[in-house]
Design a protein around this ligand. Sequence first.
Ligand SMILES: [Zn+2]
Ligand SMILES: [Zn+2]
Length: 437
Amino acid sequence: MQKRTNTVLEQITELNVKDMKEKRCQLVEENAIIGQKNPKDINVEGDTCYNNPIFNNETTPFQAGTIATTTFCENNTKSKKVIGVNIASKVCIIGSRLRNKGKNVTCPNHHGKCTANISPDAVIGDEEKWSASVAQQIQSEVKIVGYTGDGDAKSHQGVSRVTQSKVTHMKDVRHLGNSVRRAVNRANFSAGMFRGTSKCNLRNRLAMSIKQRCTAELTKAHAVYNGNLNAIKKKMPKIIDTIVLCFKGYCGHSCKTNSLVCCGNYRQAKNFMPSNIKLKMTEADELSLIQCIGIMLSPNAIENTRFLTSTQKCEAVNRAYQAVNPKTISNPRSFSGRIHSQIHNLNNGYTRSILLKSKFLGASLPSRSKVIRQMLATDKRNRRRRDPEVLAKKKLRRFASRRQRYELHEKKHYSSGLTDIAPSLNWAKQMQDHNYV
Ligand SMILES: [Zn+2]
Ligand SMILES: [Zn+2]
């Protein structure tokens, strides 16, 4: 199979590059059909993944990541097709073999076949460069007007540099939420704010609760005000004050009137913070908490998250890459071919992708054959897995097991590991009051 991969990888890459181009043209056509003023304008989300951890494990001083894959997905349609990819690789077996023999060679400029396309001393985490490269690839067909990234400002810069026009930089709500959590964990609260023996645990729980609460208020506000940004911005200051009051232990009238998600009964909201604990906050504490919340609910942040876009599709694609390129195995030669093959699979579906690939390689499958029947059966199984009914059942099961873990946590007072905030015992009732849990 390894040999076969090496034989076909160039053709598969060619097929997928062509296919992605077709997808981009299709997008423009669809935009024209629905009457968009500039059919070429599209929104995209982008993310980069590394074939091994970018963080050093403190055993070596050099960078760990050796292959970086940058993916752009369109954010215009529901299917969110992959429309561009860049693979930056440092891995070259021939180069390292020659170097081991004492020859002075630098990848990718040596004799013979080199599988690396950047030099060994290049920065593998240069997301600006990789994003610029993908933007360059796709710019003949489409024009990026909105870009959602994971909060790394560099990839934004890369996109802007290539398009040479104004690109709106949107932020992902989930990543912003994590910033809020980190900010609360780092904030300079007064010593008396958390009491008791498990101060760290409490602070951590407050951080997670604030994150969840902010995310919930924001998404709910979008639903209630139908995406009307001005109305949302006008409402937010009151909501922020209410959140602070709620966590201080004064949950009641203010929550009932101002909060979009807290019904005004702190006892029922105890899955946030333990109900018997009241935070003793000074004025300075309140200010720093408001500052943390502002990361997500300030007018500026609301502007940046206005379409509630995320990079979740890109992250899903990254996980799909891992299926063909496991982190434990490096495939220096076939890495990019495998990536392109997987993108083709994701964009066209399992059966269609295989049929197109085999046709392109000149080995069409006979119609009505057993193989095709088998593939159609697999397709049907996959569709069944995505059925809303099946998904709902799975969700219930997840909730139940999470609840069990949470109870265990309560009982044993684990301070690390099990940190999911789960609905408490009467979760079914809570779901109605706090439908964001
Ligand atoms: Zn090389
Ligand atoms: Zn409340």
